[in-house]
Design a protein around this ligand. Structure first.
Ligand SMILES: Cc1ncc(COP(=O)(O)O)c(C=O)c1O
Length: 393
């Protein structure tokens, strides 16, 4: 079956953050929304059918986690990553961010230092600070259009920390970290008795030619010293369902984590989480192959368009997912001028790169999980704005 990602679906009137947030964030509604991280593609029909089917039984009562949920996660992770995850290792969480925050609460105390690598998905430092832990930044290094870790500095800084938050694949840098990179940080964290919590929400969207490596699979040190957070949400475009899961092999870590969830009764999950995750993993492989091909096509279009028409803006090509960090430093604008350029001139709503940490200054993040004709429209807008400022390119 050929899925149609070219279809334009009007999301107005559905309370979509991407649409409704235009007014609250930009004070206007005439911008092309290419920001918050969900896709403008139809959620796969087989998932919608699973929800419909469950609704046909007209009692939506309290629900246990069906065996099918665990079996589907097990088979998916085994097939894709050769990772043998048993039912005992899986814990439902009401979202990846919630899971990360619970992990911070049970693995550290107020005042403890927590390390992360910026620019990074901004809730990492927001919830760390809100939980009164100190954020320690080990900024990534951008070299030849690719982000790398600063390992010498990592080794020094980690000595003072109680927890490390990894983003794998990285948002907004787009990197899928290699086994070697992950093994190295696993060893360093193990030696310093610092557990790792790994946000792998974008793993399912590894782009053609790239393979994701779950952190816990790279070494014994990683396996026994980590909590991995995964979800079907990004890959299958169901992030509105608040459903994710943690995988924890170390029994002590698992106990501490589940106890934390029990304190707020947050680990029980809900009907639609179980049915959609199971269905996505049972039926979704071909859809995922096609959607990642399509996203790759969008990234290729974006990259070649920028090179031809707006050469001072460079795409950091992601290895996973549909979020592209745009290096706009050669435009020579202040951050406010850059934001104004995208909003006032190009009529585009992108994420301000500086929200991901000060290393994101001079960057903007663009979501290309949309029909190609929408992306083309956005690029045409960008070209017009660019020509106004840089008539000689
Ligand atoms: C790296 C990363 N982690 C977590 C999330 C959000 O996860 P959830 O909605 O499951 O809390 C996002 C959403 O953009 C993300 O990019």
């Amino acid at each position: 079956m050929e899925y149609n990602f070219d279809e334009i679906i009007d999301r107005k009137g559905t309370d979509a953050v991407k649409i409704e947030g235009l007014l609250s964030n930009w004070g206007r509604t005439d911008l092309l929304p290419m920001w918050v991280a969900d896709m403008d593609f139809r959620t796969p029909e087989f998932i919608i059918d699973a929800i419909r089917e469950r609704c046909e039984h007209e009692i939506l009562g309290y629900t246990v986690k069906p065996q099918r949920y665990f079996d589907a996660i097990h088979s998916w992770l085994d097939k894709r990553y050769n990772w043998n995850v048993t039912e005992e290792m899986i814990q439902f969480t009401p979202g990846v961010v919630a899971g990360l925050a619970f992990a911070i609460q049970c693995l550290t105390k107020p005042g403890d230092r927590v390390m992360m690598q910026t620019p990074v998905y901004h809730p990492f430092f927001i919830f760390t600070e809100k939980n009164e832990r100190e954020v320690v930044y080990n900024p990534l290094i951008l070299k030849d259009g690719k982000y790398r870790m600063n390992i010498p500095q990592f080794k020094e800084l980690i000595k003072t920390c109680k927890l490390f938050i990894l983003c794998n694949p990285h948002n907004p840098g787009g990197r899928i970290w290699t086994k070697e990179e992950l093994s190295e940080i696993a060893q360093i964290c193990h030696e310093n008795h610092v557990p790792v919590i790994s946000d792998e929400i974008h793993a399912g969207l590894a782009l053609p030619g790239h393979k994701h490596h779950p952190f816990a699979t790279v070494s014994e040190e990683a396996r026994m010293n980590s909590i991995t957070f995964m979800a079907a949400s990004k890959a299958f475009n169901i992030p509105g369902l608040s459903s994710a899961y943690a995988i924890i092999e170390n029994k002590t870590l698992k106990e501490r984590f589940t106890e934390q969830l029990e304190k707020t009764e947050s680990g029980s999950g809900h009907i639609f989480a179980f049915h959609t995750v199971a269905t996505a993993y049972e039926k979704g492989e071909e859809w995922l192959n096609q959607v990642t091909e399509y996203i790759q096509g969008n990234i290729d279009l974006l990259d070649s368009f920028l090179q031809s028409h707006t050469p001072k803006i460079k795409a950091i090509r992601p290895q996973a997912s549909y979020l592209v960090f745009l290096d706009c430093r050669s435009l020579g604008m202040t951050q406010q001028q850059l934001i104004d350029f995208f909003v006032e001139d190009a009529k585009l709503a992108l994420n301000d790169g500086a929200m991901f940490g000060k290393e994101g200054t001079g960057f903007m993040r663009m979501n290309v999980g949309c029909p190609r004709s929408i992306l083309q429209k956005a690029l045409n807008n960008l070209k017009l704005a660019y020509n106004k400022h840089f008539p000689d390119k």
